[in-house]
Design a protein around this ligand. Structure first.
Ligand SMILES: Nc1ncnc2c1ncn2[C@@H]1O[C@H](COP(=O)(O)OP(=O)(O)OP(=O)(O)O)[C@@H](O)[C@H]1O
Length: 341
């Protein structure tokens, strides 16, 4: 488990102080993948650099398995650094070393014996699917393969935390999938806690259990991705299909305000059962006609999630929406003003 408590980091320059992290707190349970997202300049990389112990925060604590790493120095700090594997931003391999040579580097620094090193390097290259590329030089590898070697190198010291700063930037979608697959495997097979800094919400969609949204050095949203999409949140807006503006409803009924539907609502459904069955069941049970006006289906890791804008016609439209809510759907009824707009 990583716990970040009230982290503050400022930079001084040309007479002014820039607050990059303004009291950031975060909890990442062991074995989960947490995405750190936010606009450019929000403080994501600074947070990653502090957690990697490459930057010393002005205040606050970073606890990994209970130990506050900020308070360490000397040999204890060096030992703590080994517990945090870092996949740096961009191309970070040494050109003159083979894939195996790059992965071996941290093991050499730690003084591991030759035979032990060999076995560990092969094991790690196997994990990232590159056992057959042990002797290849970085220039002979694709961008995605180089990134997977960097992940293997970061895992060499058996860290409990793996930190990756924009691991998929500049990669095409297929290569991105293979790199994310490797990070997911590291979590599943080694139980490593993974922190990924990214501006790509698709990375969050595909592998993150948790997400933290940074804005101007502060955490403005943090939690389980599946919990956040089930409410009105920034994460839901960024990850779920957009429900289109209500169109084709020009003849607004002066009594109901809802045009040709008795009710219009945005409905978020999480999980196989809800996505597959809830809307038709509500429609049949309450004798309500239900039309999908917008939105769509997406997938968050292995879980299907849908957000639809629906129009309901029938006397029991409200009862049908209540039924959807009672069965785990998240319903937001459109207001008359929204419909009339
Ligand atoms: N070494 C530094 N010296 C001075 N200012 C810095 C330094 N590192 C970061 N900053 C500033 O701190 C703020 C946060 O930067 P940071 O790189 O952490 O943001 P970010 O969210 O990672 O942005 P990006 O997505 O563009 O990488 C920015 O205003 C940046 O200019």
């Amino acid at each position: 488990m990583i716990t970040v408590e009230n982290l503050v980091k400022t930079f001084r320059g040309r007479g002014e102080t820039l607050v990059a992290l303004d009291g950031v707190s975060l909890e990442v349970p062991q074995g989960t993948v947490c995405g750190v997202v936010g606009q450019s300049g929000a403080g994501k990389s600074t947070l990653a650099r502090c957690v990697a112990l490459l930057e010393k925060p002005d205040a606050g604590a970073i606890r990994v398995d209970g130990t506050d790493l900020v308070s360490l120095s000397g040999a204890a700090l060096r030992a703590a650094r080994r517990k945090i594997g870092v996949v740096p931003q961009g191309d970070s391999l040494l050109r003159q070393r083979t894939a195996a040579g790059n992965v071996a580097l941290p093991l050499e620094s730690a003084g591991a014996a030759r035979l032990q090193r060999r076995a560990r390097v092969l094991e790690l290259l196997e994990l990232v699917g590159l056992a057959d590329k042990a002797g290849a030089y970085p220039d002979q590898l694709s961008g995605g393969q180089r990134q997977r070697v960097a992940i293997a190198r970061a895992l060499a010291g058996s860290p409990s935390v793996l930190l990756a700063d924009e691991p998929t930037s500049a990669l095409d979608p297929e290569t991105t999938a293979s790199v994310l697959g490797v990070l997911d495997r590291a979590r599943a097979e080694l139980g490593v806690t993974v922190l990924i800094v990214t501006h790509d919400m698709d990375v969050v969609r595909r592998i993150c259990d948790d997400v933290a949204v940074l804005e101007k050095g502060r955490v403005v949203e943090h939690g389980r991705v599946l919990d956040l999409v089930a409410r009105q949140s920034r994460t839901a807006s960024a990850l779920l299909p957009t429900t289109d503006q209500i169109t084709g409803l020009s003849s607004v009924d002066s009594d109901t305000g809802y045009g040709r539907y008795d009710r219009i609502a945005d409905v978020t459904l999480v999980g196989f059962a809800a996505v597959g069955a809830l809307l038709p069941e509500a429609s049949t049970r309450f004798g309500v006609r239900l039309a999908v006006l917008g939105g769509g289906l997406t997938r968050l890791a292995d879980t299907p999630v849908a957000r639809f804008r629906v129009g309901l016609s029938g006397d029991r439209a409200d009862a049908a929406l209540d039924f959807i809510t009672e069965h785990g759907g998240v319903v937001r009824r459109a207001t008359r003003e929204e419909v009339a707009a």
